[in-house]
Design a protein around this ligand. Sequence first.
Ligand code: SAH
Length: 416
Amino acid sequence: MFSILHPLLAELARLPGKPVKLQVSNSAMASLHRGYPWLYAERVKAESHRGQPGDLGVVYDGKGRFVAVGLYDPFSPIRLRVLLASKPGPIDRAFFAERLAAALARRLPLQGTQTDGYRLVHGESDRFPGLVIDRYGDTAVVKIYTHAWVPYLHDCLASLLELQPLDRLVLRLSRGLREHPDSLHGLRDGQILYGEPIRGVLTCRENGLLFEVDPIHGQKTGFFLDQRDNRARVEQLARGKRVLNAFSYNGGFSLAAARGGAVEVTSLDQSGQALESSKRNFALNAQVPAIAAARHLTIEGDAFRAMAELVKQGQKYDLVIIDPPAFAVRRSQVREALYAYGRLAHLGVSLLVAGGDIVLASCSNPVSPEDFRAAVCAAAARAGRPLQRIRETGHALDHPLDFAESRYLKCLFARA
Ligand code: SAH
């Protein structure tokens, strides 16, 4: 069947007006020279005119020399997301095609494997600031974090389709974009930009395990792809064990543990929908004997309260996984987040048999790995169960770490 990109995209490609010239503070200039991809609004001293999102913004130094060009967004605290620094060049289809080819090349190790759900483009780290593309089999989900990408979607996605055979492209809009609907020019969250609407259940494979994916209503773009390698590590730890997976979402860690030979896996989440999805994922993989043999239980409720209740009941597990949502998105929330991680670590070790394994993850961007480790270690020690043989891991290879702000995931494996 022949498909074309949504015709609206070609119209939107004509939107950008005259580039906005920006004068910036000396410190901002220095960080742009160092390759930092963001220019914050408060560091802009003057603008040639008030542009529209998606206009190009160009920074020159005091002597009129080019510093950087990028995507301008008057609504965002990040006024400019840099596409090119040091040397000017055309921002056109060939430019995006070259960057996409580089991003795809980094994922080559995943081609032809048992994984067809992975991140194709990881924003700033792949030099597409404010844009993420996740692949789920033959469907790709394109998520934008600034209106400034709207005019460039046509060229980017046309290039993507040339480089990577796909049947469908789905658009997701980050929450903030809905505050300025006019600047979406008719684009909608969940819109199909290419191919047929999704009928039935979309699935992807992670290390051979099948997961249903709902790119329109699911969290993130439908699945937490960043934990793939950590799930594989959990699989190696699970043989013969009783496992608790707190903040289980659709059961990624639960299925990995089950395939690894866990006898019983409890998925705990406050979302009934997420738990239903985890049950369907167990059913989808029932042809795997270890998964069919594992007992899967679910608990719907607040993890802090539910774990405290399990402690009270005297429940014990051989392996506890705790992978909560981000508790801090701003610096000001770090203290509270660390307290919450400590509380979870305390509850987690209290539920462990002596010498059991615990996996603690944090995807809070402003929480440093050192602070996270210190908080959970201190809490475990206070519970009388100090963590031993600690191993720390991060994202899988499709979430490269070139940009410091993108290093959000911390995962700690320990025995207690
Ligand atoms: N571990 C998952 C991802 C977790 S996402 C994976 O491997 O894919 C965070 C999950 O935490 C979501 O499913 C959300 O519903 C759940 N959640 C958020 N706050 C919660 C709380 N207080 N108690 C229990 N679950 C919670």
